[in-house]
Design a protein. Sequence first.
Length: 143
Amino acid sequence: MAHGVAEGASQAGATVSIRRVPDLVPMQISENDGTPINQSAPLAHIDELADYDAIIIGTPTRFGSMAAPMRAFLERAGGLWSRNALVGKVGAIFTTSGTQHGGQETTILTAMPTLFHLGMIVVGLPYTFEGQAGLEAVKGGSP
């Protein structure tokens, strides 16, 4: 999904950088449980967020909330918060889960206060976005 979001932003003229947050699970456990460990995206570092004009956060939905690695990463943003380093930057969130009603909306809604606390301007798809309209097929969540 991150690559799809990046493609759309690039087509709109943005320079895009995809990063991933560090895992919280030891490597041996990740290898044993099938977690993807050889991802192409380099690790994100919290201080580099200040270098971007916009930050789009993607996280899997876990029990109606963002995944623990993303939460742990964002909780390291206190230094950025104290210097107002992200104030006025554009922020957005995308998520997915293994089911149609797996808590995607609550994940987005509970992630938004973090961006607000950091002073970001949170944006999303307007209700007029045609790609989510219609009832003939499942097309994603509401705006």
